[in-house]
Design a protein around this ligand. Structure first.
Ligand code: NAD
Length: 519
């Protein structure tokens, strides 16, 4: 295993990246390598004045950018796709250093922005093209839907997928003619800064995509007050704060929030297929994926067999600090987060849950490691039973009927992701239809829905408002202008026409229009 910091992460690169962040007071935040706790670089902290200046520059750049034909804007992203793929391994080095995740997850994360680019390269021109429709008077009127960029989009991103959430949500916003000001988490600002540099290398005008840094409550208010739209990814608690402020400012927002995601395993499942998928669904990214699985419902008749297979695989997972593909599980993002995960496990055990495997921090591996942990007997009065743990911890539960499994799966305030496993797709789809969740993955835990960039993906209930991906993932960054044309003044009574006769004629034409299906 290679714990030596990759040669790509030179001081020169790190200094060049953080130099992009405005910070006039000289205040900095110590950005650390998670595996060791060593300081990597001092990250400038942006003041409200710095943030306002960033918006000012972004707004100036946006006015010119919006005048570029869409096809010309897309050429930038076509070149960016190549650069992002060609530099994926350096990006993965940065992601690993700042987040502590394992190599596989870091590399997979680098694939997200290119996938989003590919999708919208195919779709953006059609979506942004004006659409003309007939108006209220057949032949004599028309109405055209024109898509206008919002202006400057503020993006607030979390630490768990810093490169993907920092860049992928910005891509459709920029394609639609907006500027973007992104605020990454302080812990994980390097990979989004690197992504912005690559976009500029591909030809994105300087100033159009700004990065500001600071603690959320310090930066958030100024960012939201200056933005024309806010895209937020993070916890439900912070999402409420963002949504309230956006609401007061009468700007739109998209909130992608937390989950307490269930997996229902039907009694005809193939255990070998399921166990690998479930292990990834629970422990991928060390359990720090918004869509990851924290509750598994197993059929009574096969409970022991499925539990034993799952626990055996969980126990055998290789965990460690390494920049190569050795470890199957990396670190948690910080010692603070490790303490939160440990508190959930301790609370569950104190209230009667059983640890089947794991359950301990691993300071011998690094400051923020925690073992893959499987619990039994988790109940609704435990932290791990109700609130999002966001770590490598899962509760196994038995169910006696599918109705009971569906009821238990839906018994949560969240509604981000759910997973159903069965050898019979029709059975699985029937269960999926009953789940209250913005995403349902059948015979997979989470990746299939997230990687389907053509379909909107978001949360319901306390897991969010709005969605990313799909047509609405781009159109949400536009205002609609309805340009209506009436070729001749025919609406209203003709001069001298009796109003009763006019009303009769108008009501008659309503019926005719319905028969003719005139819209
Ligand atoms: P968080 O809400 O603490 O922070 C997210 C971002 O918001 C960070 O950049 C943070 O600095 C900023 N922030 C915090 N307080 C703020 C405030 N008052 N005003 C403005 N910004 C503020 O979340 P986190 O712990 O960084 O991320 C983990 C959470 O994100 C989990 O709940 C996870 O489920 C969720 N998440 C959701 C999705 C999704 O697509 N639904 C994706 C990834 C992560």
């Amino acid at each position: 295993m290679s714990t030596t910091r990759p040669a790509t992460l030179t001081d020169d690169l790190l200094e060049r990246l953080v130099a992009r962040v405005p910070g006039t007071t000289g205040a900095t935040w110590k950005l650390t390598e998670v595996y060791t706790g060593d300081v990597l670089v001092e990250l400038p902290q942006s003041t409200p004045d710095d943030i306002e200046r960033a918006f000012h520059e972004a707004r100036a750049a946006q006015r010119l950018w919006a005048e570029w034909p869409v096809a010309k804007r897309l050429e930038v992203f076509s070149r960016a796709h190549t650069l992002l793929v060609d530099n994926a391994l350096t990006t993965a080095d940065l992601i690993q250093a700042e987040s502590g995740k394992n190599r596989r997850m870091a590399v997979e994360e680098t694939c997200d922005p290119p996938m989003v680019i590919s999708h919208y390269l195919r779709r953006a021109e059609k979506l942004l093209r004006p659409t003309r429709r007939g108006g209220p008077v057949p032949f004599l009127s028309s109405s055209t839907e024109v898509r206008v960029p919002k202006g400057v989009v503020g993006i607030i991103a979390p630490w768990n997928f810093p490169f993907a959430t920092g860049l992928s949500d910005a891509i459709p916003a920029l394609m639609a003619g907006n500027a973007v000001v992104v605020k990454p988490d302080n812990k994980t600002a390097l990979s989004p800064l690197y992504g912005v540099a690559l976009l500029e290398e591909a030809g994105l005008p300087r100033g159009l995509f700004q990065v500001v840094c600071g603690e959320g409550p310090d930066v958030g208010p100024t960012l939201i007050d200056n933005a024309d739209y806010v895209m937020f990814t993070g916890s439900t608690a912070t999402g409420r704060v963002i949504g309230e402020r956006a609401g007061r400012n009468l700007i739109g927002c998209c909130l992608e929030l937390g989950g307490k995601n269930p997996m229902i395993v039907l009694d005809d499942v193939d255990v070998d297929e399921w166990v690998d998928g479930a292990i990834f669904g629970v422990f991928g990214n060390t359990g720090q994926i918004c869509m990851h699985i924290e509750r598994i419902y197993l059929p009574e008749a096969r409970y022991d067999e499925l539990r034993d297979a799952f626990v055996e695989r969980a126990r055998s997972l290789r965990i460690g600090a390494s920049y190569d593909f050795g470890p199957e599980l990396g670190s948690l993002v910080s010692p603070d987060h490790r303490d939160r995960v440990a508190a959930h496990v301790e609370d569950a055990v104190a209230k009667g849950a059983t640890v089947l495997t794991g359950g301990r921090a691993r300071p011998d591996l690094g400051p923020a490691f925690f073992e893959p942990t499987v619990l039994e007997g988790v109940t609704g009065d435990m932290l791990a039973g109700r609130t999002e743990t966001f770590g490598p911890v899962v509760g196994l539960h038995r169910y006696r009927s599918v109705d009971e499994a569906v009821r238990l799966a839906n018994d949560t305030d969240y509604g981000l992701n759910a997973s159903v496993w069965s050898s019979d797709l029709a059975r699985a789809e029937a269960v999926a239809a009953r789940l209250e969740s913005g995403n349902v993955n059948i015979n997979d835990a989470l990746a299939t829905a997230y990687a389907s960039k053509g379909t909107p993906s978001g949360g319901v209930k306390s897991s969010g408002v709005g969605a990313r991906h799909g047509d609405q993932g781009l159109l949400k960054y536009t205002d609609v202008k309805n340009v209506a044309v009436l070729k001749k003044q025919v609406l209203g009574a003709r001069p001298g026409q009796d109003y009763d006769a006019y009303v009769k004629q108008m009501l008659g034409s309503l019926k005719l229009m319905k028969r003719l299906r005139v819209r």
